[in-house]
Unconditional design. Structure first.
Length: 580
């Protein structure tokens, strides 16, 4: 940890060699990189001197590295008095975890886990912070320099356009959202993310942050924060057999983009290991590498008109040289937050009711709607029944395309290799008509892969960092249980264009009944259809054998109950601009 972090009143990221609650399941993956970058090229760490060096000491840690913590607390603040908040922010900045700290910890975690054979070997606590446009406007005169119209207008203003319910009494109507600013017109000015490996560590860290907000101290004298907490949300990953799964029961977080770029001047010190022995332009098999400007301002992004492996323009510009954000936004990223309540009973009841007439089990119909079985096994490679070994193998569970046939990595990885192999799993012949993975399925709508030209697909990716909230449900597709408990997903994703990434995916793919073919329907899981008079019926086609079945869901299974568009600035931006 940095000397600056050690100097704060309490340590932000302690590492303790004691057992903790089990983390996400130990899926089979290629070994982690060493703690020190290699001095010569290795298969997973080739010469990447043509890729940018990320300023990981400036970028907040949850963006490119990811906290990956089972326990999180989100604190939403309203800035009451900017003159008091600025000096408080200046003293708070040293607590903010940076990408270099999180990357170093993640490497240590994976290395000790691989050597010791269990996951609870080291632990850490992390904090990040982000600001809405309204919050930035209270701290700087440059808030309107951000060209992203959706960021400037805010999440509440964009809710209806995203298909959210608009009926006066609808729970999902933005007017009823739980996360509301003190001004009453949008999400909060600030969100602070606190994350830890254990509940005890999280409660301790969150309590200390709240203490700083209510009674921060400087030079031994009490100083007001200038902000107040307007909402507090706990995030809890499911543990035990449900570890890594969202509340409907499906393994989550599988299909993340890999990032090009290095974390030091060492030309082999890549951020994402290249673990597909047959494709140097992927991380793990099926994980295409994306230029970092798609997620962090100030770096080369993708260009839809070029080969996906070639860089586009600096993400701080519009491609023609004009700035889309102020210069101080460099090393920052937009954060989209959505509090999505999941009605597990309604979803499980639907698949139970509709499965038998189509000669499917409820779990099999659920797998078709998602595009994966609950284990994480893609229906592209396991079309008829779940395959837990495939689902738990992250060298194989994301290795497929929709149009083209998949090809197994061409060799068995030798012992100790840093390369992936998936030759033991069945391959996919391709599925242009949606027999294996329906054209309307969630994974096909949200990330269409080669259903769309690859160079275009990669310009709309998201770095997802969500976590479930609420207790686990006893409900299953075969035995639905209605316990009335509030549970769901705290969706969080980072990007450099809210309009071209999160909103494009939502409007153009997920909610579009004519993508990729006419009348295939909306995404059954996240798709929203706002009809007249509050009608929320959604239709989608599912192919079973040679027949297409059009199904209609009469109600939403996923309901937005809060949201916000934020900017996660760099460390320097907070010190020199927002806290100045």
């Amino acid at each position: 940890m940095s000397a600056e972090t050690r100097a704060v009143p309490y340590r932000l990221a302690r590492i303790a060699h004691r057992g903790v609650e089990p983390s996400f399941p130990l899926v089979r993956e290629a070994p982690a990189a060493g703690l020190e970058p290699p001095t010569a090229a290795r298969p997973a760490q080739p010469d990447a001197s043509n890729e940018p060096v990320l300023e990981v000491g400036e970028i907040q840690g949850n963006i490119v590295a990811g906290f990956n913590k089972n326990f999180q607390t989100l604190l939403f603040l309203h800035i009451d008095e900017s003159a008091m908040f600025k000096p408080w922010l200046a003293e708070f900045v040293p607590l903010v975890a940076t990408a270099d700290e999180v990357i170093a910890f993640n490497r240590l975690y994976k290395r000790t886990r691989d050597r010791r054979g269990y996951s609870a070997s080291v632990r850490a606590r992390w904090i990040n912070i982000a600001f809405s446009h309204a919050g930035l406007a209270k701290l700087t005169t440059d808030a309107d320099a951000f060209a992203d119209a959706s960021f400037r207008s805010g999440a509440v203003a964009q809710s209806a356009a995203l298909g959210d319910p608009t009926g006066d009494d609808a729970e999902g109507n933005a007017r009823h959202w739980l996360v509301r600013d003190g001004d009453g017109d949008d999400a909060a000015d600030v969100v602070i993310i606190v994350a830890a490996d254990t509940l005890a560590d999280l409660e301790s860290e969150a309590a200390l942050v709240e203490q700083l907000i209510f009674s921060p101290r400087r030079d031994g004298r009490p100083v007001r924060c200038g902000a107040s907490i307007v909402f507090k949300q706990e995030g809890r990953a499911q543990l035990g057999a449900l570890a890594g799964h969202e509340h409907f029961g499906f393994l989550d977080g599988i299909s993340q983009p890999g990032l090009r770029g290095r974390v030091s001047d060492n030309k082999y010190d890549v951020l994402t290991l290249r673990q597909n022995p047959d494709n140097p332009h992927q991380g793990k098999p099926g994980q295409d590498l994306v230029w970092p400007g798609e997620f962090v301002f100030g770096y080369d992004g993708q260009d839809a008109m070029k080969n996906a492996r070639d860089p586009g323009a600096d993400s701080l510009t519009d491609g023609a040289g004009g700035l889309v954000a102020p210069e101080w936004a460099r090393n920052g990223s937009y954060l989209v937050f959505r509090r999505l309540r999941q009605d597990v009973f309604k979803f499980h009841s639907f698949v139970q009711e509709k499965a038998a007439p189509r000669h499917l089990t409820p779990s099999a119909l659920g797998a078709k709607l998602v595009g994966r079985w609950m284990s994480g096994a893609p229906t592209m490679r396991a079309p008829h029944q779940d395959d837990a070994l495939l689902g738990g193998d992250d060298c194989a569970n994301n290795h497929f395309a929709f149009q083209a046939a998949s090809v197994a990595t061409n060799k068995e990885s030798p012992p100790g290799s840093d390369q992936c192999s998936d030759i033991t799993h069945p391959q996919s012949p391709g599925d242009p008509r949606g027999a294996r993975c329906p054209l309307s399925s969630h994974i096909r709508k949200a990330h269409p892969r080669d259903d769309v030209r690859a160079a275009e697909t990669e310009t709309h990716r998201l770095l997802r960092r969500g976590i479930p909230f609420g207790p686990s449900s006893r409900s299953t597709p075969e035995a639905p249980v209605n316990d009335g408990v509030d549970r769901g997903l705290l969706f969080m994703a980072y990007m450099t264009s809210i309009t071209d990434q999160f909103e494009f995916v939502t409007k153009t793919w997920v909610n579009n009944p004519n993508f990729k073919e006419p009348n295939v329907g909306v995404d059954p899981i996240l798709g929203q259809s706002a009809g007249v008079d509050g009608d929320r019926r959604r239709t989608f086609k599912v192919r079973v054998g040679l027949d297409d079945h059009q199904l209609t869901a009469p109600e939403d299974w996923v309901v937005p109950t809060g949201g916000g568009y934020f900017l996660s600035p760099s460390i320097s931006a907070m010190k020199r601009v927002l806290a100045a």
